[in-house]
Design a protein around this ligand. Structure first.
Ligand code: NAP
Length: 289
């Protein structure tokens, strides 16, 4: 990983922190994209203590704000000549009360899907500048429990359920990866993954029934180290640079469910995301490259 520049979102905690630490230990220049400066500094100190070099940076943005995403992307684009690896890892789950991002998007869809969609778009030129670019999207087996509805991705017309919204957003991660892989030039790959049921901070603030289940299940969950293994595998293995558009679990290609394997769903989600963000991302003309 020496001389590789890796941008990792949600790198101050859980799976993202371990991914950042382990890649830094292998010599990577790690850029931690976090929303909380204090937490980010603490995590950075821990990484610096073990990685053997000082190429660990923090950039700050709340992914619930497209304005902050645009501003952090501008800073990254100014400061780094290329990005070899982008790990869209940050994610959240909410309670059963529907909340929205700064831009008025349903929070889970906004942070878990629209934010990585926009960030990837804004950083893409730097990923294309890498000899072998790699974009990893951290999804979940939870996608199998989604009540996926392309006409109501933001739970405007249904009773809001935080867990259901989360499952749907993780299905979006797989569809996004699928469509992105079709539009990228050959030297850039993208894959999604399930990290396992990980005893991280995830769901810690959720007070609904599911939050209680998460707390009770903690002793049976795998460590954050184990949870980061598939992300690290995709970032460092030969397969991580040859496979594209695939979904991994336990470091192996796995079939996601039918809805996540649908080319129609992937294309429509892309179009809807472009419309919502008022942007055009990897237009069809690049598909032929
Ligand atoms: N844990 C599991 O069992 C499990 C299972 C399947 C998939 N996953 C996926 O794995 C990924 C990492 O989760 P984790 O288990 O490591 O949980 P975690 O410890 O809670 O880490 C989540 C990270 O995302 C960041 N984040 C959340 N909302 C953000 C926002 N609006 N802007 C910027 N950053 C934000 C958090 O920042 P703060 O620290 O500031 O909150 C934190 O750094 C998530 O995408 C999750 O969906 C987890």
């Amino acid at each position: 990983m020496k001389d590789k520049i890796c941008v990792i979102t949600g790198a101050n905690s859980g799976i993202g922190k371990v991914t950042a630490r382990e890649l830094a230990k292998q010599g990577a220049h790690v850029v931690m994209l976090c929303r909380n400066e204090e937490k980010a500094e603490r995590a950075k100190e821990g990484i610096l203590r073990v990685c053997g070099h000082s190429r660990v940076d923090i950039v700050l943005a709340d992914l619930a704000s497209t304005q902050q995403i645009r501003s952090v992307a501008e800073n990254i684009n100014q400061d780094y000549h290329k990005i070899d690896l982008l790990v869209n890892n940050a994610g959240l789950m909410t309670d059963n009360t529907r909340s929205t991002t700064d831009d008025g998007f349903e929070m889970t869809f906004g942070v878990n899907h629209l934010a990585p969609f926009l960030l990837t778009q804004l950083l893409l030129d730097k990923v294309l500048a890498s000899e072998r670019g790699n974009i990893i999207n951290v999804s979940s087996e939870a996608h199998r429990f989604a009540s996926f509805d392309l006409k109501d991705l933001q739970y405007e017309n249904r009773k809001y359920n935080g867990l259901k919204a989360y499952c749907s957003s993780k299905l979006c991660n797989i569809l996004f990866t699928r469509e992105l892989s079709q539009r990228l030039p050959a030297h850039v790959v993208t894959n999604s993954l399930h990290p396992g049921a990980v005893a991280s901070n995830f769901g810690g603030g959720v007070s609904s029934f599911f939050g209680v289940v998460m707390k009770l299940a903690r002793p049976f969950m795998v460590s954050e180290e184990k949870g980061a293994e598939t992300s690290i595998y995709l970032a460092t293995s030969e397969e991580g640079f040859t496979a594209t558009g695939r979904y991994f679990k336990d470091k192996k290609v796995t079939n996601p469910n039918k809805e996540a394997s649908s080319s129609y769903n992937a294309k429509r989600l892309w179009e809807i995301s472009e419309e919502l963000l008022n942007t055009e991302f990897l237009p069809r003309k690049m598909v032929t490259q």
